[in-house]
Design a binder for this molecule. Structure first.
Ligand code: ZN
Length: 448
């Protein structure tokens, strides 16, 4: 995750200077899901495709949007947005990789850049509105995004930014098949995905999967892919058991967290209890809530994989949310030790340490949260905890600075400026923190 983390660091640095701020912000507004395990699974799955496209995986970010509809899109340069609906509903990693490869084809083909050039003149709030419009348009069809759409901008966005033309779709398909071949991924996955959308041309807009709005399907397009896949030697590529395993875990975890918990338990009542089924049930029990059964299920998972950082994290989270921070902290410590490159795990440990509220745990929290911020400064809840840790340590200047950063991330310029000004009066002039505070003040005072 350091790859992604360093990318996020740059994104956030850009955020405080300008445009980049809108990305984590808009994703947050549309229910961005942050989860160390799922982010790592998606990064591992995508990396071979990005590399095959000649793009460094470190330069592309994947964002997970909590939306049950099927959609994927690219925006703001090299950012791939995936709906949870897609992550849960696609049954094999090859299908998901097919979608990611196609989006990568749009990035590598420069299809998005051409559109963005026309938007260069749009600055500040106008640009934020446009980017929000992208997310809104992407979420359209799920019903709950309508309110957030800037009036008048949606049709512009869907027409000019998100919706690719036939030539671009064909180019992205060709590129995707090429990347999949080079990454040795069976291309039948891509065909399977498109077959899901087959026949949607005849549906009215409200019944369409948003994906078919942004990536128009045509009989011609389908036939071309069918022919290519039929002739591809990649059809003999076997599935990858390790990839299947993590893909299954991702689906189980999302199902547990996003579906009605009783429905999840009913669904698996008579099912064979695989590790993935047990995972979905553990989360569902937690949300029911039936804490004893949730903990028992986590213990069984940990018996299977005692050093799994994400099982350790979830057990810690369950205990913490059941108001047992002393027990939770040891699981979070083990999780961080098992995956020291995961800033989200460190942020979780920091949160529990802050809750323990002793001199020793406060000192440990400060250390671990500072480390989390270095790797992933775009995590607002970590910044909130870090401000508390600084404040308890008597470092009011840094507390004000990270609070300003948190407001900046959420697009709240007024409060960002307020706290950044306060930080500048306390921090030593010319120090890195003071300079950063100056940047935030300058950004916030920019004329729209
Ligand atoms: Zn497309």
């Amino acid at each position: 995750m350091t790859r992604r983390a360093s990318r996020l660091a740059r994104l956030t640095a850009a955020a405080v200077i300008g445009l980049g701020a809108t990305l984590p912000n808009l994703a947050h507004a549309f229910g961005l899901i942050r989860d160390a395990e799922i982010e790592r699974t998606l990064a591992d799955m995508s990396a071979p495709v990005f590399s095959a496209a000649g793009l460094s995986p470190a330069t592309i970010d994947i964002y997970i949007i909590n939306d049950p509809s099927l959609n994927a899109f690219v925006a703001g340069g090299r950012n791939v947005f995936l709906h949870t609906g897609l992550l849960v509903q696609l049954g094999t990693p090859e299908e998901l990789i097919g979608v990611i490869a196609h989006e990568t084809g749009h990035i590598a083909g420069g299809h998005l850049t051409r559109r963005m050039i026309n938007l260069r003149n749009a600055q500040g709030p106008a640009l934020i509105g446009l980017l929000l419009g992208i997310a809104a348009a992407a979420a359209a069809g799920s019903g709950d995004a309508g309110a957030a759409i800037a009036a008048g901008s949606q049709s512009l966005i869907t027409r000019n930014l998100l919706r690719f033309n036939r030539g671009e779709e064909a180019a992205a398909d060709q590129a995707a098949l090429d990347y999949m071949a080079r990454a040795r991924v069976n291309p039948e996955g891509m065909l399977k995905v498109l077959e899901r959308f087959r026949g949607q041309e005849v549906l009215s807009v409200g019944n369409l999967d948003p994906y078919t709005l942004t990536h128009p399907l045509s009989t011609q397009r389908m036939q071309l892919i069918e022919r290519e896949v039929a002739e591809s030697k990649g059809r003999s590529y076997p599935s990858d058991p390790e990839r299947d395993y993590w893909h299954g875990r991702m689906r189980a975890k999302l199902e547990g967290f996003l579906s009605n918990p009783q429905r999840v338990l009913d669904k698996y009542e008579n099912a064979e209890e695989t590790e993935q089924v047990l995972y979905a049930k553990a989360v569902a029990y937690h949300r029911l809530p039936d804490q004893a059964k949730a903990l028992a299920a986590m213990d069984r998972l940990l018996a299977l994989r005692p050093n799994d950082p994400f099982y350790l994290e979830l057990k810690g989270q369950l205990l913490f949310e059941q108001a047992h921070p002393e027990e939770a902290v040891s699981y979070y410590r083990k999780a961080v030790a098992a995956a020291p490159d995961e800033p989200l795990l460190k942020a979780g440990l920091g949160r529990v340490l802050i809750a323990l509220n002793t001199k020793a745990t406060d000192a440990e929290a400060l250390k671990v949260l500072e480390s989390a911020r270095r790797d992933d400064p775009g995590d607002p809840s970590m910044l909130r905890d870090l401000a508390i840790a600084y404040s308890r340590a008597g470092n009011d200047g840094m507390a004000a600075l990270v609070t300003a950063e948190r407001f900046a991330l959420n697009g709240d310029r007024k409060d960002a400026a307020l706290h950044a000004r306060r930080a500048s009066t306390i921090l030593p002039q010319g120090s890195p923190g003071w300079l950063r505070a100056q940047d935030i003040v300058a950004l916030a005072d920019e004329k729209d």
